[in-house]
Design a protein around this ligand. Structure first.
Ligand code: ATP
Ligand code: MG
Ligand code: MG
Ligand code: MG
Length: 564
């Protein structure tokens, strides 16, 4: 590819609306451009890296026996009603009607569509196991799209679905995907952890998230220094906070010790009637951001957070509300205002939280006018999971827990019969008996993987792509492109590399060397060959490694061998 005829609109200035480094660099390197919130154009350079990740994913999925297909982005509402998710999914599901008033949605995931296909086409145990996957654009109307491709609304995902005749088979399918995922992220050159994740109602250790380690990650994960144990913070098993630990310096009227508390107990403790129990969370942050997770079956649209003393962020996803308190050494989030219909708040798990107060110690910091039976039914609180670095490992008990920040790039999940039951996807076993199919689902965020890679591989000058996902492997920078001799030498090297099947970009622009070097560093091509008059006199060129900064002066004739 010739830089002069290509499309790489690099930018010197740091874009003001980008918070994390990968987002800044992807904009600056001309990889992506925003069309609308969470919706991006993939420019040529960005697309090349995306395709690299897709190819690695494809090869490893195929190696694991999965079969590629492609499903539509638009899905009929009926299927979602059949699975029960039409009502449950909330606003993240983008819904619309066609000209005949039929309801549709943009697919945020494809369990319904694939299960519908399989129930129609797979009838016999002989047709299983089977694993079908696609690499396809998803749409999720994220409340807070941000960080560029990291949390977009339209994004590319690889999603795979396995179908087995029984649970044992499903476990084998799961293991295959788990191993394939390890290979995929290793091949991408990422430092990652596969962590145990919550399975919600399904149970068992049958969900793993693949977390790329990065300070900018939105998730907290723990791992053991001695054994294999690694889990996301929600899943991590830990001790409750000791009394007085992380005590709030401000006077409290009453503090509930962490643990299982019923509404009655809380009411009793606060000396108020149960109907007046306010579901107010007060989160105390030390220097770390505090994140609380509230899970339940409620209408998320009804939930409002009164921004109160330093609560800076509120995110709502399908089934969770996340509060973040950042900044101040001691910050508070609260109260949570749950007006309208709140059916059940069944599970209140708080991650990274240091203390827990029910019932506010301040005027106005209450959830008001809540009628327990009418508006909210609190079924109890889950123990606070208070993981602190250095805690003993719950698995081996000898190691110590370490805490990391991570970016969820992949997720493998044993579904069991959740969707196959709801949609009645069954088969005839060897005895001619009808049985329900066992399923698993497995996702990878393609764009997020590229972004996560940049989070881990950059310096002050720009991106440092690992070779497997670099848009080009080599850039040939031709200095003084106007001088025939230099131009010809550059051209020769370029042609030789092309012939050898190396992905090469030749910077043939009529620009000053410093300008070209800045761009080359910014876009992060792993190897740079500099062709200039000075070295050419001796028949030599300069070879520079973007990562190590190492420079070698090598004979022109050796250039090809060196980069191969
Ligand atoms: P998150 O917890 O970050 O919201 P998720 O758990 O909702 O992600 P899954 O439903 O597990 O995501 O989807 C599989 C994969 O798709 C994720 O592991 C992630 O890599 C990717 N992904 C999910 N949401 C987005 C998004 N908004 N933008 C880009 N990639 C995403
Ligand atoms: Mg999500
Ligand atoms: Mg997640
Ligand atoms: Mg997930």
């Amino acid at each position: 590819m010739r830089y002069s005829q290509y499309f790489i609109p690099t930018v010197k200035e740091t874009p003001s609306d980008a918070e994390v480094i990968s987002h800044k660099l992807m904009l600056r390197a001309g990889m992506i451009r925003k069309l609308a919130a969470g919706i991006y154009n993939y420019l040529p350079l960005g697309l090349r890296s995306i395709r690299k990740v897709e190819q690695i994913v494809r090869e490893e999925m195929n190696r694991a026996g999965a079969i590629e297909m492609l499903m539509p982005a638009v899905q009929p509402a009926e299927l979602w009603k059949e699975s029960g998710r039409w009502d449950f999914y909330g606003k993240e599901l983008l819904r619309f009607k066609d000209r005949k008033d039929a309801e549709f949605c943009m697919g945020p995931t494809h369990e319904e569509v694939i299960t519908d296909l399989v129930r129609k086409e797979i009838r016999s145990y002989r047709q299983m196991p089977i694993n079908l996957y696609q690499i396809q654009g998803k749409f999720r109307d994220e409340i807070r799209p941000r960080f560029g491709l990291m949390r977009g609304r339209e994004f590319i995902m690889k999603d795979a679905y396995s179908f087995d005749v029984n649970e044992a088979g499903a476990d084998v399918s799961y293991q295959k995907m788990y191993q394939a995922y390890r290979r995929i992220f290793e091949r991408c050159g990422l430092r990652f952890r596969a962590v145990e994740a919550d399975t919600g109602t399904i149970g068992g250790n049958y969900s793993h998230e693949f977390m790329v380690l990065a300070d900018s990650g939105e998730d907290a994960i723990v791992s053991c220094s001695a054994c294999e144990y690694a889990a996301n913070m929600e899943k991590a098993q830990t001790r409750p906070a000791a009394a007085g630990e992380h005590a709030d310096p401000r006077p409290m009227e009453k503090v509930v010790t962490p643990g299982q508390k019923s509404v009655e107990e809380i009411a009793n403790f606060l000396s108020v009637p149960a109907t007046q129990v306010v579901k107010t969370l007060i989160l105390m942050a030390d220097s770390e951001p505090v994140v609380a997770l509230l899970r339940g079956d409620y209408d998320l649209n009804e939930i409002k957070l009164k921004n109160h003393l330093g609560c800076t962020e509120l995110e709502m996803a399908t089934d969770e509300v996340v509060f973040k308190v950042t900044g101040a050494p001691t910050g508070y989030a609260g109260p949570v205002n749950l007006p309208g219909k709140v059916k059940v708040v069944a599970d209140l798990s708080l991650k990274g939280m240091h203390n827990f107060v029910v019932g506010a110690n301040e005027k106005d910091a209450h959830l008001k006018n809540v009628n327990l039976d009418r508006d909210v039914k609190v079924e109890g609180f889950v123990d606070i999971r208070n993981v602190i670095a250095g805690d003993p490992c719950p698995r081996c008990e000898s190691g110590k827990l370490e805490i990391w920040r991570g970016i969820e790039v992949g997720h493998v999940f044993k579904l069991g019969t959740k969707y196959s039951k709801a949609l009645n996807a069954s088969f005839l076993d060897a005895d001619g008996k009808e049985q329900i199919i066992f399923m698993g689902c497995y996702g990878i965020g393609i764009g997020r993987t590229v972004a996560a890679c940049i989070e881990q591989n950059h310096d002050e000058n720009g991106i440092i792509f690992p070779i497997p996902i670099a848009p080009f492997q080599v850039i040939v920078s031709v200095l003084s492109a106007k001088e025939d001799e230099v131009k010809e030498a550059g051209e020769k090297i370029y042609q030789d590399l092309l012939q050898a099947g190396i992905e090469v970009l030749i910077d043939d622009r009529d620009e000053r060397p410093g300008f070209k070097f800045k761009d080359a560093d910014l876009i992060g091509i792993p190897l740079r060959i500099v062709v200039g008059a000075k070295n050419l006199v001796d028949g030599k060129v300069e070879l520079k490694d973007r990562k190590t900064g190492e420079v070698e002066i090598i004979p022109v004739a050796e250039a090809l061998e060196k980069v191969k």
